[in-house]
Write a protein that binds this ligand. Structure first.
Ligand code: UDP
Ligand code: GLC
Length: 395
């Protein structure tokens, strides 16, 4: 099956990293069309996945765009839609991996008479989107998509709650190269002590946070929690502001200064070797204050054998079972997080049990092999249905 994947971003966010793994399985026949160049294009090329940047113009449909701006930006989309429609004729399926890709993909699918798959990686709720963008996403999916793949049950539920058609949705979790994580984590563990010393945390219990710096990812909650822990406990924040959240970055630095935590909270910026770094941490914290659609970082920590404490909302509660494969804490509750961190730092037996159970659970439930098989089946079903009902397929 020839798939034309569409993604709006040139950056390496979770949606793009997930597509990178997925498209690897289809690389003989697929094309990934991007609406921006950047490191994502390089990563795809490195994996020998055919990739084309489809526009040099910025596609401006931000998460909180109003309808006026939306209409204005539609004009800038026209050349992109036209060239993508030409391209689509060489592919069997249009596969939108992000919201803006859905906007373009829906029109392209309609014009080129190809089925549209929407891989929904966002929780479509007011916490994450303007009401206009919610309505647009639901209307486009309902009208044009033949299949909506939700990255968790929480994401699927939010889609239905917002008015999405239930017969379109299938939950398929993200998958990971389990063995690769195991090997990279082993490297990270071997260099743990050297790394801790290099960053000035040689004698600390280190809590790692791996996420783009953005208010809803809640790095401030971890900093607040660290302030409530003894001096022997420190944190590293791995990640950068990917979508222009510079005010938040400044606030985080000010918070660290105000709380006198310069020696115990380190900002490491965006890093490409997350598995090694996760394995070198003693605990990984996930602190999103709004429901996380899936949360790759949670599964990655589990696969690296590093215990995880995650914010109990959205997809996170489908990945972690409290006190069995990690800890769950109330989103935004820094006191509760501080208590769990101290428990983890002082109870090595509990830590080891959780680490082992998490590794087993994640390896079993979140392998890329499972994910690809499920997506293959879903796409096969889709094209079978199209073959039986050719008229239904078109739009
Ligand atoms: N990540 C990374 N480098 C960093 C910080 C994060 O490669 O410095 C990766 C992280 O390992 C994860 C992804 O970015 O795979 C973030 O995905 P997640 O689903 O956790 O959140 P998103 O940012 O997509 O909402
Ligand atoms: C989105 C979500 C994240 C999810 C990722 C991959 O970026 O915010 O929770 O893990 O997509 O599906």
């Amino acid at each position: 099956m020839k798939i034309l994947f569409l993604d709006q971003s040139g950056k390496l966010g979770g949606a793009e990293l997930s597509l990178l793994d997925l498209a690897t399985a289809f690389r003989e026949t697929c094309l990934v069309g991007l609406f921006a160049d950047g490191p994502f294009q390089a990563a795809l090329t490195q994996r020998q996945i055919p990739v084309q940047v489809l526009t040099q113009q910025t596609v401006n449909v931000s998460k909180d765009t109003g309808w006026l701006k939306g209409v204005a930006s539609l004009r800038t989309l026209l050349p992109l839609i036209s060239s993508t429609t030409q391209l689509a004729k060489n592919y069997d399926v249009i596969y939108a991996n992000t919201q803006k890709a859905l906007v373009v993909g829906a029109i392209v699918a309609f014009l080129s008479h190809r089925p549209l798959v929407y891989h929904l990686r966002d929780i479509l709720s007011a916490e994450h989107f303007s009401s206009t963008n919610l309505r647009i996403a639901i209307a486009l999916a309902n009208r044009f998509a033949s299949l909506v793949i939700a990255n968790s049950q929480a994401t699927a539920d939010a889609f239905l709650q917002a008015g999405g058609r239930s017969e379109l949705v299938k939950v398929i979790y993200n998958g990971f190269e389990v063995e690769t994580y195991r090997q990279l984590a082993q490297q990270g563990r071997q260099t743990q002590q050297t790394w801790k010393q290099q960053i000035g945390l040689g004698n600390h219990f280190v809590v790692g946070h791996f996420s783009r710096l953005s208010p809803w990812k809640g790095q401030h909650v971890l900093i607040e929690a660290i302030a409530q822990c003894p001096d022997s406990i420190a944190a590293v924040l791995v990640g950068d502001a990917l979508f222009g959240e510079t005010d938040y970055v400044q606030q985080l630095h000010q918070q660290v200064d105000r709380l006198g935590l310069r020696d115990r909270v380190k900002f490491l910026g965006f890093q490409q070797n997350v598995p090694q770094l996760m394995a070198a941490c003693d605990l990984v914290a996930h602190t999103s204050t709004a429901p996380e659609p899936f949360g790759r970082v949670i599964t990655e920590a589990m696969l690296c054998g590093t215990p995880i404490v995650a914010a109990a909302a959205g997809g996170a509660v489908e990945l972690v079972h409290d006190r069995q494969t990690g800890w769950l804490t109330e989103p935004g509750n820094s006191a509760q997080l501080a208590t769990v961190i101290q428990e983890a730092a002082t109870q090595p037996n509990t830590l080891n049990q959780l680490r082992q159970a998490a590794l087993e659970s994640a390896s079993q439930n979140f392998s890329i092999r499972n994910t690809v098989t499920q997506i293959h089946h879903a796409l096969d079903e889709l094209t079978d249905i199209k073959a039986l009902h050719p008229l239904k397929s078109l739009g």
